[in-house]
Design a protein around this ligand. Structure first.
Ligand SMILES: *[C@@H]1O[C@H](CO)[C@@H](O)[C@H](O)[C@H]1NC(C)=O
Ligand SMILES: *[C@@H]1O[C@H](CO)[C@@H](O)[C@H](O)[C@H]1NC(C)=O
Ligand SMILES: *[C@@H]1O[C@H](CO)[C@@H](O)[C@H](O)[C@H]1NC(C)=O
Ligand SMILES: *[C@@H]1O[C@H](CO)[C@@H](O)[C@H](O)[C@H]1NC(C)=O
Ligand SMILES: *[C@@H]1O[C@H](CO)[C@@H](O)[C@H](O)[C@H]1NC(C)=O
Ligand SMILES: *[C@@H]1O[C@H](CO)[C@@H](O)[C@H](O)[C@H]1NC(C)=O
Ligand SMILES: *[C@@H]1O[C@H](CO)[C@@H](O)[C@H](O)[C@H]1NC(C)=O
Ligand SMILES: *[C@@H]1O[C@H](CO)[C@@H](O)[C@H](O)[C@H]1NC(C)=O
Ligand SMILES: *[C@@H]1O[C@H](CO)[C@@H](O)[C@H](O)[C@H]1NC(C)=O
Ligand SMILES: [Zn+2]
Length: 657
């Protein structure tokens, strides 16, 4: 992997900037002059992006300057050791309009508690839709306040115009870590005397890499900016989809970067599929087409799937061939309680553009593979594997995708959605090839609510889906022309430390005595989730018993208050903590969760009712053309560059440009 020499930001660093930690004036901009994309940004040759410049004048607080924000700042670009030229000249653009705004922030928790925000006056400009075509190093220089400079060194990676793979499939296990894969293997695959008789499909991939998931300005990421890094090659800020965060209030004016789906479609006419078990406007699917500072703009996200970037088109996006997931409330009309972009009925909007629209697994199986297809199978997140397959009465909820409050009993799983997506993409893309993103979203969602069993069920379903995908590609003679990646966007601090005798635990009367039910080291025993008395080779991919007496002693590094029984929750996904005040700022263990278990007090801030993401690197499994690019330890953005280079998307300047 490319290591960049650290040039750093030139200019006067204010003493207080070093303390900008819990709260930041503006991430990735420690000085008063901001350049986005910032120092150390990497670019794919020919990738569209916007440039945002800001000059800050803090009016009060410890950084206070007496200056009004500069209106006369200048911005130049130099290629290599060449001379610096004005960006307008470099890109052939006219000078953008000067914009002004102000914003406030807290310097630390004391300032927050005292309700003493610091106010910053801003002048700004944006250069929209530019690209760099020549590989190498560039120097972008903002000069402001009569001679202060912010210098950003940018790197355009080498050209890769030759296409080495026809298709790319990226599976994202949201929040999935090596520890979770290890636990899933333990409950679903049989061991004899310490040896596995069967393995996970992921275990059989030829290449294993580790990616670092940090954000641009924080070491813990969320799924929006981690997905953006995977799809654009640019790190960003928590809650950002396909943009760098600027300081303006408008969540849609932040500087955009083109995604792998947009590039692939624009440059090759390739076909795109998007599949997730989450509501489809959620961050991991959204980051393929949406460009906003606020991942919560769900209506606009759905519009971006269909129409491209709202009010700002840089590509004649015709929408993906396949869009499968949950989140019906962002589609059906507001008359039924939908919350849609500009009050439209998005089932109708998609149908108007030639999509077949389906709402259940029966219709999915029967659907034509020749048409673009929108499949929305429930309100909110889709049902979990454990509820669809084992505790089916939990499907009895008013979540029909039609919006009529009937039940969504006939939901497909990740495997059914992914296999149908492949049918459609194979049929429709012909020689153009396809890009498919398939997300097991509820590994993360169930880890957040400490529902370890459901999370591991989702992980096993992902593995089962990968296995079925490989078999299908083999049948279609496409395995050698398809790069398959299985990775995650971040982790949770999950691990297994032993076993629990749930019968003994339930029989004890005090929390201290209950702790003796935990078996560590030699008392941990063997996994009871598979039929241990039977040495016959089985290859079912899932546990045969989710409710054994001896369960896993498993958990997260950071929690809200909760009550642990370490037993499967048969009544549906867990709710570990509940608010004890109306403002929902003080969460305690849910008295209705984990009856007879041990009360464990949390370590997270009391306004958190869920577990949180963690720092760990996450695995990358690769097979197919270019698989060798994905071995070793590297940054999340390198996944984008690996996929884009394998698809031949790093292009020099088109002739006649
Ligand atoms: C902030 O900018 C506004 C103009 O947008 C100006 O009226 C105001 O005086 C500025 N405040 C300070 C303290 O410079
Ligand atoms: C600039 O020139 C120096 C000396 O010739 C050379 O070492 C360096 O690599 C050049 N930098 C770039 C970015 O081309
Ligand atoms: C901040 O901007 C608002 C308008 O958006 C203006 O009303 C207000 O006076 C400004 N505050 C300062 C301190 O300049
Ligand atoms: C900065 O000014 C704002 C608006 O006048 C005020 O609310 C805030 O308390 C001030 N902050 C500090 C740190 O003085
Ligand atoms: C897009 O433009 C329309 C019409 O001008 C406007 O009503 C809408 O709010 C804009 N949407 C966004 C996300 O900027
Ligand atoms: C599936 O959806 C179709 C409409 O697309 C409906 O006619 C059918 O009854 C549904 N089937 C089930 C099992 O819900
Ligand atoms: C669904 O649950 C409700 C209440 O929990 C119950 O009254 C109803 O009979 C259940 N319906 C089915 C089809 O199981
Ligand atoms: C062992 O497992 C196999 C495959 O699941 C099954 O067919 C067989 O009945 C089992 N035998 C016993 C003794 O449980
Ligand atoms: C543990 O949390 C409970 C609420 O869930 C609270 O009542 C109790 O005081 C806490 N104990 C400690 C030692 O903080
Ligand atoms: Zn999460």
């Amino acid at each position: 992997m490319q290591l960049h020499k650290s040039i750093g930001l030139v200019g006067v660093l204010l003493a207080s900037a070093a303390t900008a930690q819990t709260f930041q004036r503006l991430g990735a901009c420690p000085t008063l002059g901001c350049v986005f994309p910032p120092d150390q940004a990497d670019f794919l040759a020919g990738q569209y992006f916007d440039i945002r410049l800001e000059v800050h004048a803090p009016i009060n607080g410890s950084e206070a300057t007496s200056l009004m924000p500069d209106e006369e700042f200048t911005f130049t670009i130099a290629k290599g050791n060449g001379s610096a030229v004005a960006a307008t000249e470099y890109f052939g653009l006219s000078e953008p309009e000067l914009e002004r705004w102000n914003f406030s922030w807290y310097e630390d928790l004391f300032a927050r508690d005292a309700k003493k925000p610091s106010i910053v006056n801003v002048t700004a400009k944006a250069y929209r839709r530019v690209a760099l075509y020549e590989p190498g190093e560039y120097t972008a220089t903002l000069t402001y306040n009569s001679g202060e400079k912010t210098v950003a060194t940018w790197f355009v990676r080498d050209l890769a115009e030759e296409r080495k793979t026809k298709n790319v499939i990226i599976f994202i296990g949201d929040g999935m870590t090596t520890n979770m894969i290890t636990a899933a293997r333990l409950i679903a695959h049989k061991t004899v005397n310490g040896k596995y008789m069967t393995k996970m499909q992921m275990d059989k991939f030829p290449i294993l890499g580790h990616q670092m998931t940090h954000s641009i300005d924080t070491f813990i990421t969320d799924s929006a900016n981690s997905a953006s890094a995977l799809y654009t090659g640019h790190k960003s800020t928590v809650n950002c989809l396909g943009v760098y965060a600027d300081s303006s209030k408008d969540p849609f004016d932040d500087p955009k970067v083109e995604t792998i789906a947009e590039l692939f479609h624009r440059l090759t006419g390739g076909h795109v599929g998007i599949v997730s078990t989450a509501y489809i406007a959620d961050a991991t699917p959204a980051a393929l087409t949406a460009h906003t500072r606020d991942r919560g703009q769900y209506g606009a996200v759905v519009d971006s799937f269909l129409n491209g970037i709202t009010n700002y088109t840089w590509t004649s996006w015709g929408g993906p061939d396949v869009l499968f997931g949950g989140g019906a409330e962002q589609f059906y009309s507001p008359e039924l309680g939908g919350e849609t972009y500009m009050g439209k009925d998005y089932y109708q909007e998609f149908a108007n553009k030639g999509y077949q629209v389906i709402w259940n697994n029966t219709a999915l199986q029967a659907a034509s593979s020749e048409e673009k297809t929108l499949g929305i199978f429930s309100v909110s997140n889709m049902a979990k594997w454990l509820d669809r397959n084992v505790y089916k009465t939990n499907l009895n909820q008013s979540l029909s995708p039609s919006g009529d409050e009937s039940m969504a009993l006939d939901q497909p799983g990740l495997k059914e959605m992914t296999l149908k997506a492949l049918d459609i993409l194979i049929k429709r893309s012909g020689d153009k090839g396809f890009f498919l993103m398939s997300e097991a979203a509820s590994i993360d969602k169930m880890m957040h609510v400490l529902d370890y069993d459901r999370a591991l069920g989702e992980l096993l379903e992902l593995d089962d889906t990968v296995k079925a995908t490989i078999a299908k590609l083999e049948d279609e003679c496409l395995l050698k022309e398809t790069l398959i990646l299985v990775t995650a966007d971040h982790g949770h601090g999950f691990d297994v430390m032993g076993s629990v005798d749930t019968k003994y635990l339930a029989a004890q009367n005090t929390d201290r005595k209950k702790r003796d039910a935990v078996g560590t080291y030699q008392r941990s025993g063997l996994s009871q989730y598979i039929n241990t008395g039977n040495l016959t080779y089985t290859d079912s991919n899932f546990p045969s018993n989710w409710d054994p007496r001896y369960t896993l002693f498993q958990g997260l590094m950071a929690d809200p208050d909760r009550r642990e029984t370490w037993s499967v929750r048969k009544d549906g996904p867990r709710e570990p903590a509940v608010a004890q005040d109306e403002e929902e700022e003080d969460f305690i263990a849910n008295p209705e969760d984990g009856e007879g278990g041990i009360l464990l007090n949390g370590t997270l801030p009391i306004e958190d009712d869920q577990g949180v993401h963690s720092l760990t690197d996450v695995p990358v499994f690769a097979m197919g053309p270019c698989q060798e690019k994905f071995g070793g330890v590297y940054n999340s953005i390198d996944i984008f560059f690996g996929m884009a280079e394998c698809l031949g998307l790093a292009r020099g300047k088109p002739s006649g440009y």
